[in-house]
Design a protein around this ligand. Sequence first.
Ligand SMILES: [Zn+2]
Ligand SMILES: [Zn+2]
Length: 865
Amino acid sequence: MSSPEDLSKTYDYAGVERRWLDQWRDEDFYFDWSSSKPRYIIDTPPPYPTGRLHIGHALNWVYMDIVARYKRMRGYNVMFPQGWDCHGLPTEVKVEEIHGITKNDVTREEFRQMCRDLTRENIGMMRHSLRLMGFSVDWSNEYITMEESYFGLTQASFLRMLKDGYIYQSEHPVNYCTRCETAIAFAEVAYTENTTLLNYFDFDGVEIATTRPELLAACVAVAVHPEDSRYDSLKGKTLTVPIFSYPVPVIEDEAVDPAFGSGAVMICTFGDKQDVVWWKSHNLDLRSAIDQKGVMTALCGQYAGMKAKECREAILSDMKESGILKRQEELPQRVGTCWRCQTPIEILSARQWFVKVKPEEIISSAKAITWYPEHMLIRLLNWTHQMEWDWCISRQRLFATPIPVWFCAECNEMILPGPEDLPIDPTIDSPKHPCPACGSTSFTGETDVLDTWMDSSISPLAITKWDGKTRPAVYPTQLRPQGHDIIRTWAFYTILRSVALTGEKPWEAIMVNGMVLGEDGFKMSKSRNNVITPDELIDRYGVDALRQWAAVGAATGSDITFSWNDVVAASRFQTKMWNIVRFSLLQIRKDPSRSADSPLELADRWLLSKLSGVVAEVTDALDAYQYDRGLKAIRDFAWSSLADNYLELVKGRLYSDLPSRAGAVSTLTTALDTLCRLLAPYTPFFASECYYHLAGGRIIDQEWPRLDYTDAGAEENGDLLVSVVASLRKYKHEAGLALNAPLGHVTIYTPGIEIDDGGDAGRTTNAEIEWRSDEPRLDRVLSDITFTMGIIGPTFRKEANAVMQAIRALPPEALEAGVDSVMVNGSAIKIPEGAYAPVFSYAIEGEEVVLLTVGDALLAIRTHA
Ligand SMILES: [Zn+2]
Ligand SMILES: [Zn+2]
């Protein structure tokens, strides 16, 4: 505890952050492997070590840190590990750039070492940022996928799935990026729209339309619809491929659209996915016209050695010259491109490794997981339903987990390492025994490496200390937090692998976060100049303001448009709370003799009942990962119920030496203690500082608040009390009175309801207030008449004064009932509707009062008392 004088006037977020970073120890956040508490393991996303945390990371980590801190306070044994997903092409490219080399300029191992060095450096920088932001990461459970301990496990999982028939190798068409020179999975294909040319040409007498004339040398058949009678004479015959002059069969297939072009299509290996389907089902030849570097092969004759684009131009020009190109038209097209480098992908056939996709297994497991928000499950199910090909897991790159396989140089037998030999690099290490099939001791190591998702998709197994064989004791984990952009990759692959390796789902629940968009509503990018970095935000407003921004920016799962206004609002809330704490502490410290069971007044009971509701609301929101709902409830309570209403109501009591002062002090103490605890997961630095001044000690050692003070009657009457005070203050303001000016005597009638506010309303409004539960007895007195001159003037002209006099002379009963006409100078004059209105006032025991109504209550103000 500190004395209130220790609290600086303004909240110094930078100083507070430094102080508490120093107070928290790594051990405070370690998972306890021997604990009997319920466990809560978070299968956190391992970021790619680029060296920098971006605002999307910040959002992601804030969500996770809120959950981790909340669950610890709820008594869970929490694991909030930190992984690093190291392997992949971007690091290879960066290394080539930094060292001014290509990967072929140095040995495989030298290149890999350069990648590892760069990755270590980048991890160091990002680790530092995560620490500065105060995330309660469990550093005793850090993992780095490029390190032996981790990639050995990736290799063990590969061997296990190979043994169980989930993994196979095959010569099969795959998506291929000719710039990155590697196969990629379907999930890594991005799509863009553009316009291309559809070329109609004469194919041995048949008109064919194609967008890829450069694939002509890869043509293996011409297909027509079986019911297309135009081609009856050709069915079962062969045609000669123009320019390249070799025969191809004419085949029939239901999938051909007779309405497209001439109704005849050429099948190439491979122009698109449909070609692959036809190639398989009709058992056609394989002709590879493009190689893995995107260069035309020897099959292409005079075009061999050209890049695909050059070849297209050359073939079209040759077609024109020989007169077989008939016409060209523009065609909008959706092109699959490499997600990393945007190069259009080719479908090439090569020997690759695949993981079998078993949709039923994945679907039933995904359905057994609770999804937050629920609709994200649909995205996974849709993706799973549309999977046509197995997952291609081999890559022709260097910086990745090696595929732990050798082949016998004599008989080509596949040789596998024992689990105890892992990790291995088959391009460096050799098998321990001769070939079991032929006895040869000469082997070739597999040079292909694994898709990076093969590393990260065993993260829940790695953090639960899987031994490569049996299901871990602390499996499955409780939560997978991740972005919606990687549902079809990370979520999909993790479920697939967990089911294959353990027969069980990887997590009990998954929480999906949205993306952070720039202030202009677009994806943040350098070219749009709309990038906000976490550093920039923290420098200006502190970590807790960033955390509040992330928590309330949008519902979990929705994209968040960045807004400085939200950050400023967050910072203002902290200033407001800080002022509340400073004021309250001064009051609390004045009366050290307060006791917890001091009698409570209506306002106290009202606040405690409201606060109980807030605790229930925030608890419910955090249990459902609805960060925005929880924080909004806290802010609303603090601003409105506590600061604007309660503190105003009890100020008079706090400044007094009444016995009921103790009730206000104890209520205030409970409210602040509870607010600190509720805020602890959201704004840990701020909550730590406030709690320390209030109670001493560290908020991170405290439990989640349990407040069960529900009093519906106190809430209802307290709401009325609050409204009464508000309306009296408004009245004073409108009457031009100072807020602390005496108001006189106010009788408040609440028929049938006994209210005792302990004098709070009177002290707050500087009035003599009397609460009465009986019916008001008011006398109504006619005090004035108002005339509508806009009607009186034009209607009566010269007689207007006489008419008004006649109306004034009417008895009050007539005036109230309304009259149609009055007598002026002996004749009846008709009075139009709305020409006048009687004005009544009210009196109690003959004394005039001003009346206000507040809900069902009637306030009678005797200002002249
Ligand atoms: Zn690429
Ligand atoms: Zn052999």
